[in-house]
Design a protein around this ligand. Structure first.
Ligand code: FES
Length: 621
């Protein structure tokens, strides 16, 4: 077999390849940086390479869908879709965003420190030294003094440890209890050292926070981009990677990442990881399956079944997590395959389940997860919003990294942008995508049907261009822009969310009129402009003044479950009191979705101002 050569012009680097090798795989194998958001599935449009336009192969169907016609004309192709047939001179157009610049949402709602009744507790006891008259077993003497039985999973380990700890400490010991059962014994009085870790495993980011269960305060935290992200940015790509033989690799990646984050947080908090006895985790169903090494294949194909959805309480050490040897791993329960434990945590975090009047909680990611209700019960659904709001399938889309445009204001002759870190613009993140399209609709540049208006062409001639499809330049050099295709993607995403909300409103009937709060959770929500959401028709106009951004509710819910057994029970009760609606079989959903695609007519009011009150600035290069 003849050896072929790939020459990366601007890097002046040459790789060898075999005829028929996949181009993306060769690039990754050589450790060259390339954005492969969908892990080579041909759906994200990010793995762009520049080939010689004269010799580039004819565009494939997916490329016609995902790339602009001027890009195709200029020789841009998607590396994952091509097998190497001959020597190539090329350049990588889309380098991957390095993890350390991705913005991670660590903050959640403030947790009331009056919450009591944690699963974990410590009881210090001083046992009398055994005598001939009092020579009962060590096991029995400790158990009766503490007033608790032994936890099954830790019993043998404890029996082996007990005689040494008791005698070395002259029978002065601290019993560690979990849900009223003894899981460990420590020499001396260690009651001041009682810690748990609350974790949110998001598809994009992972956050761990150490909670002092005596003071009920967070004493250290650490966060990072999910280590599995290199194997697909969305859950479907990860499931496919797992099913293609990568399951154990993905499991080990997240376990090792959690160990590392817990160690970092423990260092900040100046505590020993060996004194952490519980790790409470909230995440979507796919992340939970991958964490436990359970096949998530059935989540990705109809009828979208999960292998499990109830809460899990097992010894953490069984999974490879390094906390106290007797420590417990607790996973919050999920409602369904696509309304996961992160949403249940959101309900717990906002106390929706205790409220008299209904509230709506929306978490927008690749899937929009929506739950609506009060103490009287919930309805929930998940809609395929697509990855547009995560920056995928959008020409200049990106996750929230330094330099991403996160807010936009447009007026005749003026386009103001605000970027993360006030760095030069290099892409548009979710909140920026919502903002720019809302501004285009508000100013009439884009019509309700999503098309660029002909009248706008003269007013905004300096920003509009038509090279292989219409585009609106957000930067003067035109490097960051929004195209007609991008606007279509936003229409589909917002149509999915708006129609899902409408289904839930209909399902709730009269109760929906009493809605008090609209909670928007997650990193996407944190930086959204409420007016822009309403302008796009993503939420009903009447909800606009009820919106609050509640941050990382997944983490907050996990914190509450650490602090109180009652919240664990209530999390479980949310499952029993939630009716899950499968939208794909919901009567009339298809036509509702189609109706929701159009943008509402813009109000005749002035341009909305940024929520933060912060002036939008054009960053200098
Ligand atoms: S990695 Fe090639 S299209 Fe997503």
């Amino acid at each position: 077999m003849s050896t072929l050569h790939l020459h990366f012009t601007s890097k002046n680097q040459t790789l060898t390849a075999n005829h028929g090798d996949n181009l993306l795989e060769k690039i990754i194998e050589a450790n060259l940086d390339i954005d492969n958001a969908c892990n080579g599935m041909g759906s994200c449009g990010k793995c762009r390479v520049q080939l010689d336009p004269a010799t580039a192969p004819a565009p494939l169907e997916d490329e016609l869908r995902l790339l602009e016609s001027d890009e195709l004309r200029d020789g841009i192709r998607l590396a994952c879709l091509h097998r190497i047939q001959h020597d190539l001179a090329l350049d990588i157009v889309s380098e991957r965003n390095t993890g350390d610049t991705v913005r991670v949402l660590e903050d959640g709602l403030t947790v009331n420190t009056d919450i009591e009744g944690a699963s974990l507790e410590k009881i210090y006891v001083e046992l009398p030294a055994p005598t001939l008259e009092d020579n009962g077993t060590d096991e029995q003497r400790l158990s009766s003094r503490v007033g608790a039985d032994y936890h099954n999973g830790n019993h043998l380990r404890l029996l082996r440890k007990l005689p040494v700890v008791l005698r070395d400490s002259r029978h002065k010991v601290t019993a560690v209890l979990y849900n009223g059962e003894i899981i460990d014994v420590e020499p001396g009085d260690t009651t001041r050292r009682l810690y748990g870790v609350a974790v949110d495993i998001g598809t994009t980011t992972v956050v761990a926070a150490i909670i002092d269960l005596n003071t009920r305060k967070e004493i250290g935290s650490a966060a990072a981009v999910n280590a599995q992200r290199s194997f697909g940015q969305d859950v479907i790509s990860r499931i496919q990677y797992a099913e293609a033989g990568g399951q154990e690799q993905l499991r080990l990646l997240i376990i090792e990442q959690l160990n590392s984050l817990v160690e970092q947080a423990a260092t900040t908090a100046k505590i020993d990881v060996g004194s952490i006895y519980e790790i409470a985790i909230a995440a979507n169903s796919t992340m939970l399956h991958l964490l436990l090494g359970i096949s998530a294949a059935s989540l990705s194909t109809a009828p979208y079944q999960a292998v499990f959805r109830n809460s899990v309480g097992i010894r953490a050490i069984e999974t490879g997590l390094r906390i106290a040897e007797a420590g417990i791993l607790y996973l919050l329960p999920s409602v369904s395959s696509y309304v996961g434990a992160d949403i249940v945590a959101g309900v717990i975090a906002t106390d929706m389940h205790l409220a008299d009047e209904p509230a709506l909680l929306v978490d927008i990611g690749t899937n929009g997860e929506i739950i609506f209700g009060s103490k009287d019960g919930f309805v929930a659904c998940s809609c395929a919003a697509g990855p547009a709001f995560e920056g995928m399938n959008i020409s200049c889309g990106s996750v929230a990294i330094t330099g991403s445009i996160e807010a936009v204001r447009i007026s005749p002759g003026k386009v103001d942008i605000k970027t993360i870190g006030h760095a030069p613009a290099n892409g548009i993140c979710g909140s920026g995508i919502v903002d720019v399209v809302a501004q285009l609709v508000l100013t009439g540049i884009v019509q309700s049907n999503g098309r660029f208006s002909k009248e706008a062409a003269t007013l905004y001639a300096d920003r509009l261009r038509n090279d292989g499809g219409q585009k609106f330049n957000l930067t003067e050099d035109g490097n960051v822009y929004i195209s007609q295709k991008d606007i279509r993607q936003v229409q589909l995403a917002k149509g999915a969310i708006a129609s899902a909300i409408e289904v839930l409103l209909r399902e709730l009937g009269e109760r929906s009129a009493r809605i008090q709060h609209v909670y928007i959770a997650g990193a996407f929500g944190k930086h959204l402009n409420i007016e822009s959401l309403a302008l796009l028709g993503m939420i009903p106009p009447a909800f606009a003044n009820k919106v609050s951004f509640v941050g990382n509710t997944s983490k907050t819910g996990a914190v509450k479950c650490l602090l109180s057994r009652r919240y664990k029970e209530e999390a479980h009760a949310v499952l029993d009191r939630t009716k899950y609606l499968e939208l794909s079989v919901y009567p009339g959903y298809e036509s509702l979705f189609v109706e929701s695609i159009a943008f509402p007519s813009p109000p005749s009011t002035s341009t909305p101002q940024p929520q933060t009150g912060e002036a939008l600035t054009v960053p200098t290069a």
